[in-house]
Design a binder for this molecule. Structure first.
Ligand code: PMP
Length: 413
């Protein structure tokens, strides 16, 4: 069971929108922050803040220690070496780093094949696509063939014999909430470099990259109670040692002469410039909060809320819900109400019921096109998306379901 103290820890939950208690269902975009994380930021800035790795004075040593302890805590969380943890500004930067570095080091070359799924957020789609135009590697797509953008095992197996150099895929779709069988990826693609976008998966389920055998794993702390501007990239040491850095500057070098430079050791080789010190350190507090709450309880609670929402929403006529609609769907319910623009639905839910849901294409336009192909209703290139996290309750789901019913009723008058 999750503690009732949760409510107290998230002051935003006390907010009212037009007199109604806020029902925050937009955690897939970003989560609310507990007091502990915000307090840590203040405490760190006032007592331990200085630039890291460079000076010998007390404050600098304190800041460096906190930063490096945070790295160690993330390494332990993922079951990897601290040298394999690179701090970035988020998932987007982490993925761009991987693509650029693979290219610069000649690991990914002209005519190689990169496989990208069509479930991807643009962060794991646009870099691969654009750079294929500039660098001449081939790109192919894993198309989900199941119900409303559901990726089936056969969709992966179809590409097995193509021997791609890189496979880039999300662990959990930010549109449909489908959890991908990430444990199968290594079996299907034994020789490929596998990049797993964990932006939606890791906040719910801390998979261990070495156990499932992926080479890169990226996620953003702001989607798991942490501050904005912090991403974690796990990269397999043997691979990262061969890779050319993405950013050049201070901290990432060993020796600089007029002829050339040599690089610092891992992970610093990939962390040019002053890092986002305070936010990284406060991320540790977010991770601790989740660990103390227990990832199993977090998962179980969100599972219950998702299944409850799916069951109740499916009873409302004229509402189309996207994704597998079974146990593979986790934390996210994307839907449209027949004949009503998703922005109108989201706006009314907000103004009349205090419900915060996202509406739009969710930075996944290729997947939107697939949903439209299968849709029974005519909808614009967007959906409404309700997403859950640890502070949501069954009451929130009931308010959402009642809200959607009312929106539908009002528009059909
Ligand atoms: N991948 C997925 C699956 C996401 O949901 C998101 C955020 N919506 C991203 C990547 C990008 O994350 P960020 O904006 O934190 O870089």
């Amino acid at each position: 069971m999750l503690s009732t103290g949760l409510y107290e820890d998230f002051p935003t939950l006390k907010m009212k929108i037009n007199g109604k208690r806020i029902v925050y269902l937009d955690s897939a975009a970003t989560t609310l922050k507990p007091k502990q994380v915000v307090k840590k930021l203040e405490e760190f800035y006032y007592n331990s803040y200085a630039n890291v790795h460079r000076a010998v004075h007390t404050l600098a040593v304190r800041a460096t220690t906190e930063l490096e302890e945070t790295r160690e805590e993330f390494a332990e969380f993922l079951g990897v070496f601290p040298q394999e943890i690179i701090f970035t500004s988020g998932t987007t930067m982490a993925i761009n780093l991987v693509v650029m570095s693979l290219l610069r080091s000649g690991i990914l070359k002209k005519d190689d094949l990169v496989l990208v799924s069509l479930l991807e957020h643009h962060a794991n789609f646009v870099p691969w696509l654009r750079l294929s135009k500039l660098h001449g590697y081939r790109i192919d797509f894993i198309k989900p063939s199941g119900r409303f953008g559901t990726l089936e095992m056969d969709d992966l197996l179809k590409h097995r014999d193509k021997n791609p150099k890189v496979v880039a895929i999300t662990g959990l779709s930010n549109v449909t909430g489908q959890r991908i069988p990430v444990e199968e990826l290594r079996n299907v693609f034994p020789n490929s470099i596998i990049l797993l976008d964990g932006a939606q998966l890791i906040p719910h389920e801390p998979v261990k990259p070495k156990e499932i055998g992926v080479d890169f794993l990226a996620f953003s702390l702001h989607k798991m109670l942490g501050p904005t501007g912090v991403g974690v990239l796990y990269g397999k040491r043997e691979l990262m040692e061969q890779m050319e850095p993405f950013l050049y500057g201070g901290e990432m070098i060993d020796r600089v002469s007029l002829e050339d430079v040599t690089f610092n050791e891992l992970p610093y080789k990939f962390e040019a410039g002053t890092p986002n010190i305070a936010d990284i350190v406060a991320s540790r507090e977010a991770l601790r909060y989740l660990k103390e709450t227990g990832f199993d309880s977090v998962h179980e609670k969100i599972e219950q809320l998702t299944q409850m929402a799916l069951k109740e929403m499916m009873k409302i006529g004229g509402v189309e819900i996207y994704g597998p609609l079974d146990e593979r769907q986790h934390g996210i319910v994307s839907f449209n109400v027949k004949g009503i623009h998703p922005h109108d639905v989201a706006h009314i839910l907000d103004q009349e019921f205090g419900i915060a849901v996202r509406s739009g294409h969710h930075c996944a336009q290729p997947l939107m096109s697939i949903l439209k192909e299968q849709s029974q209703i005519d909808f614009p290139n967007s959906t409404c998306r309700a997403s859950f996290y640890i502070y949501n309750t069954e009451e929130d789901v009931k308010i959402l379901v009642e809200g959607v019913k009312k929106v539908k009723e009002w528009f059909s008058r």
